[in-house]
Structure formats: structure tokens, C-alpha cells
Ligand binder design. Sequence first.
Ligand SMILES: Cc1cc2nc3c(=O)[nH]c(=O)nc-3n(C[C@H](O)[C@H](O)[C@H](O)COP(=O)(O)OP(=O)(O)OC[C@H]3O[C@@H](n4cnc5c(N)ncnc54)[C@H](O)[C@@H]3O)c2cc1C
Length: 460
Amino acid sequence: MALSDQALERFAAIVGQDQVLTKPEDLIPYGFDGTAALKRMPQVVILPGSTEEVAACVKVAAELGLPVVGRGSGTGLSGGSVPVENGIVLCLVRLNAILEVDARNLTMRAQAGVITQKIAEAAAAQGLFYPPDPGSIRISTIGGNVAENSGGLRGLKYGVTRDYVMGLQVVLADGEVVELGNKCVKDVAGYSLKDLFIGSEGTLGIITEVLLKLLPLPAARRTLLASFDTLEAAAETVSAIIAARIIPCTLEFLDQMTIQCVEDFSKVGLPTDCAALLLMETDGHPAAVEDEAQRMEAIAVQHGAKAVRRAATEAESLELASARRNAFSSLARKRPTTILEDVTVPRSELAVMVRFIAETAARHRLAVGTFGHMGDGNLHPTFLTDERDEEEMARVHLALDEIVGKTLELGGTITGEHGIGLAKKQWLEQQMGGAAYKLLGEVKRAIDPRNLLNPGKIIS
Ligand SMILES: Cc1cc2nc3c(=O)[nH]c(=O)nc-3n(C[C@H](O)[C@H](O)[C@H](O)COP(=O)(O)OP(=O)(O)OC[C@H]3O[C@@H](n4cnc5c(N)ncnc54)[C@H](O)[C@@H]3O)c2cc1C
């Protein structure tokens, strides 16, 4: 059913005619996110410029019974911002102001459409630190990060987006604006409602502002790169570092296929004659950093590292970290379609999982590159395929089913950071169990009783 001219006029009266997109050529970029093969053209994309405009648009949508899909930069990897039938897409990128950096309380208030990198830069300009750093940091929005509860390369030591959200401004399904949380370090008044919205993938409310916790910038940092002949040796090194009571900020893993693709793309001198690489980074007080770097190097060597390279300069550290950030885009250059998984297992099961992924891909005659946040047990097996080849795609889906099944068998989770969206819905009940899954539905119905916000995502 096409949206009526009257409906479009009401949205245009709120945001301005030029912020209501309806021409097919303008709509194409909003028809998909970073997830391959999940696409749907929106009927209309609306770009509000303020919280008031978001609230007014949601009110009109509620009155007309139109579903609303919130959208940041569309980098999501589970289909969360893919448009729904007969709905509107509300894209938040014009809400892009940093409203306050409060150096006395170590907080920052920003609108939801600010690019994550800008948040980190605004904090650093005051000697402060916003730790969550998804690989998409240069393009994702902070609102998208909160909606997905995104992780990043520093999750092991610093946690994920949720750990830095002190407050939220949210537009509810009926257009009402609520403020949740505050600058207090401690606050146990009532249920922690803000936490319900973190990771809710646009299904409970539209986030318009965020209040973030900041930390002092670490004084020193050391980056090391260890190469291994076997995947197991890299996985065991990770377990041994944690067992030695070292919590580095970064413990990232790249397998042979990923290393080769990253090196072809980034040319930073990664060794390509090994089965696996570990990128290890420690930060904090200079003396502690030096001690941890030495101990991590020794542990890697004890567990069979062929070589350990220490970044000599800050520029080299950044170069190695950004080579890792480019893993997904480097793999994506190989074949027309890239299907990226996001399974997480208890760290003690990493070696088993890494081996299972490689064997499963080989059994189904598929090309897979695996990289991930190994310190968090979070792996991203990435299938390089071609969605036009139905026979190969059927094999990819079989392999994915087996990988997800093994993850659950090992006590893992079907998503460590990319969310459920459309891509993972089919396994959610299996992971959660019937009673918990039912509770999830009751929460959704309590907050969005007419199922207008991102319907069909997370829950069927
Ligand atoms: C190259 C690459 C690397 C990546 N690396 C990581 C990584 O290391 N860690 C990680 O966790 N993820 C990673 N991602 C996934 C993705 O970048 C994150 O999920 C990110 O948080 C999405 O932000 P976005 O602004 O693009 O949101 P979108 O993709 O636009 O939206 C994501 C979801 O959030 C909802 N949403 C967006 N904005 C709002 C809002 N203001 N209010 C309510 N709901 C909203 C949408 O409806 C959708 O469900 C990566 C993606 C790419 C392409």
C-alpha cells in the first residue's frame, strides 16, 4: 500500500520538503544495511533535524498506524535497519551535534546521529577517553551503537557500549519523549529503564540523545603482533594470557585467509606465511604497560609463536590496529557476497570453535576467513560467496546452521555484538529458552503495544 500524498505532506510540514525522500534513486541507499542479501526498498525516508521533529514524525506515524524503522548509518550487520513493508524510515544522521563535554563529571552528551569517531575525538581533545571502538567507528552513529549495544576492539578490558551509557533521551512509540538516567555515578531509583533500550535495535524507541561516561586517556600503550603456525596455538595463547591475570585492552585474531586479504589491501607488512596472527594491545600506566607487554610476549613464545613484532611507534600501533579494522572490507573485496557471522563462545572453547569453523567450511567446499575479538571469545567467520549462485548459497546456509548449532552446544551465544535483527531471529528462542523468549515478547508489547517500532525484528 503506497503512502498517501496527505501523509507525505504531513511529514514534509514537520521536517521540510527536501528532508522527505521518495524518488527511487534517492531511496536505494536506504534499502539495505551491511548484511548481504537482506534488502527491501523503503517507500519514504524522512530525515528529521531535532528531537522535536523525530517526536512529531513518530506521532503522525502512530496516528496513521505506520511502522517506523530507525536508522543511523546503515552499517548494521543483522538487517536491523532494513525497511519494513508499508513503513517509514526515520534516518537520524542530521542529529549530529555534540551537546556537551563535561570534564568535571567525565561525561559527554551528544545527539544520536553523531559519528562514533567524532565522539572519541571530542573526548580526546579534552584528554578524555571513550573506549568502545567498533570496526565501523568512522561511519557508524552513536545512536546505532547504543541500539545494537556494539562492541569493538577494546571490549576485553573496557567492555561494550552499554558500559558507557549513563542516560538516554528516547522517543516512544506514541511520540512521547522520555529522559532516562543522569550524570550520577550511582542511581538505583526504579527499574533501570535505559538498559532496556540499549541493544533494543529500534524495536522499543527511537534514541535521540545519549549521555556517555568518559575515562581519563591512558598514559601509555603498547601493541604487539604475534604469528603462529596453528590456529590452536593462537587460541591457547589467548587463554594463557587471561589465565596469567593479564587483561589487555585488545586481543584480536586473524586467520590465514584474512591475513592475506588484509595484507593485499593494507600493505603494512603482515607476515603471510603463518596460520594465525594475534594483535595484542595493552594500555594504562607506562610501567604496567611495559610489564604486561613483556609477559604477553613471553606467553606467546611459550605457546609456539614464530615471531612477535612490537610496534616501535604510535604510528605503527595505529597502522596495525587499522589493518585489523580493515579485515571485513579486505575480505569483502574477494567475492561478490560476504556473509559475516558473529558467534561467541566461552573463551575456554575458542580452540574447538576455531577448528570447527575451518573444518565446516572445508566440508562444504566454501571459502571462509575468520577474524575476531578473541579475548572476548567473539569470532567472525566470514564466508566469501556469490548470492547469484543458488547451489553455493545453499551450502553456505548449511555451514552457518552447523556453526550456530555448535556455538549453542558449547554454551555460546548466536551474536556477540551485531544483534538479532532479521538475520538471527530463527535461533533466538532456541538460545533463550521458551520462558525467557516469552518475557521478551511481553516487554515489547508493554512498551510498543501496537508493534509499530521496527516490527518483525528480533521477535517474529
Ligand atoms: C566494516 C564494519 C565493521 C564493523 N565492526 C563492528 C564491531 O567491531 N563491533 C560491533 O559491535 N559492530 C560492528 N559493526 C556493525 C555496525 O557498525 C554496528 O552495529 C553499529 O552500531 C551500527 O550503527 P549504525 O549507525 O550504522 O546503525 P544502523 O545500521 O543504521 O542501525 C542498526 C540498528 O539500530 C537501530 N537504530 C539505529 N539508530 C537508532 C536510533 N537512533 N534509535 C533507535 N534505533 C536505532 C536500527 O533500527 C537497527 O536496528 C561493523 C560493521 C561494519 C560494516
